[in-house]
Design a binder for this molecule. Structure first.
Ligand code: TXA
Ligand code: MG
Length: 336
């Protein structure tokens, strides 16, 4: 397939993107979290093409992207809590799961009776959704199993030749996918942590809980099917080191052939050949922004067969960083 790459987001290129969507095609676009791979969420066969382009299992549901929080009314059964969350966090990196209306096909929801909705804050994403005039079903624009794309080049690498258009915009500001909260459970529950934190959501949802699948290997099918699959994995094995700074440094000192993710203040490690900084230990926001790009950088170094990472604290945005790392590592944690 011929893939058009668009570097200049103009009225003309947005119109072409919208026409592709209304014709049942696929367009990758930037958001503030990660790049998305969009199709018309009201068109079942367009949604099917997403699964094929990504090699994604078809029971893993898609998020629908809207340009205005009020539009959710047309596609799902909203409630007061949805509007309270929307008021505080939309547009932005929060996805809400609600019971779906008939207009949303089961191909989009992976056969579920619920649908996930999100209103991105990224200007290009919002202009694109508005131009299309339909909700945009979009997973992250990576091949299934790979780290999510946070730069246009990641999307081009994974999707060139597989989709109709790539809008090559800016690097993603947040770098990890949106927080997912379900309001379709007896009590609100976080299915996937992100930039909007448990602590922030708890202020509006006192009964909030966090799915066990966030930090543990699940038994059976988790609430959010995406948690079931191997995820975010670079070519090399990833192992998390649960240890103090000095123990971690001592352990890694003779691992010159390995990829090492480290905090900016880990000066002794940063001079090793395949070490890469992921921001300060105190800044999970920096770690979130850099993590997927760093994991992909190791794919370009043939020598690196093993990657070690520190273990961020499971609080605030750190919970999201830890959730992605644990999955990238396939739950391999060495406790020193
Ligand atoms: O930030 C994001 O959310 C990005 C950008 C592109 O918006 N999108 C994204 O989509 O991360 P994706 O498909 O890679 O991840 C969506 C996750 C999957 O784990 C899926 O299982 C879950 O959301 N999900 C979607 N609809 C659901 C539903 N109705 N019930 C439970 N989980 C759902
Ligand atoms: Mg994804």
């Amino acid at each position: 397939m011929n893939t058009e790459i668009v570097y200049d987001i103009t009225e003309g290129s947005l119109k072409r993107a919208a026409d592709i969507i209304l014709d049942g095609g696929l367009v990758a676009f930037p958001t503030e979290t990660v790049y998305g791979l969009g199709a018309n969420a009201l068109d079942s066969s367009a949604a099917e093409k997403i699964y094929a382009a990504k090699n994604r299992p078809s029971d893993n549901p898609l998020i629908i992207h809207l340009s205005r929080a009020e539009d959710a009314e047309k596609y799902c059964i909203t409630n007061d809590l949805y509007y309270a969350l929307a008021e505080r966090f939309m547009p932005g990196p929060l996805t809400v799961i609600l019971p779906k209306k008939d207009i949303i096909p089961y191909t989009v929801t992976g056969g579920l009776e619920t649908v996930a909705v999100r209103v991105p804050s990224c200007e290009t994403a919002r202009r694109f959704i508005e131009a299309a005039g339909v909700p945009i079903a979009a997973p992250s624009a990576n091949l299934s199993g790979k780290p999510s794309p946070t730069q246009a080049r990641h999307v081009i690498l994974d999707m060139y030749g597989r989709i109709d258009m790539i809008m090559a915009g800016e690097d993603c500001e947040i770098g990890l996918e949106s927080t997912i909260i379900s309001l379709a459970e007896p009590n609100p529950k976080i299915y996937r942590p992100g930039k909007v934190t448990y602590e922030e959501l708890k202020e509006l949802c006192p009964e909030l809980t966090i799915s066990e699948a966030v930090l543990k290997a699940h038994k059976g099918r988790p609430e959010s099917p995406g948690m079931m699959y191997k995820h975010y994995s670079p070519k090399a094995e990833v192992t998390i080191i649960d240890a103090s700074r000095s123990e971690r440094i001592a352990f890694l000192r003779d691992k010159a052939e390995c990829g090492i993710l480290c905090y900016d203040e880990d000066a002794e490690l940063l001079c090793m050949p395949y070490a890469k900084g992921i921001g300060k230990e105190s800044s999970p926001e920096d770690q979130a922004r850099l993590l997927f790009a760093r994991l992909r950088e190791f794919d370009e170094i043939d020598e690196v067969k093993q990657i070690y990472s520190p273990m961020p604290k499971a609080e605030g945005v750190g919970l999201a960083v830890l959730n992605r790392l644990i999955r990238a590592a396939g739950f391999k944690i060495i406790k020193l």
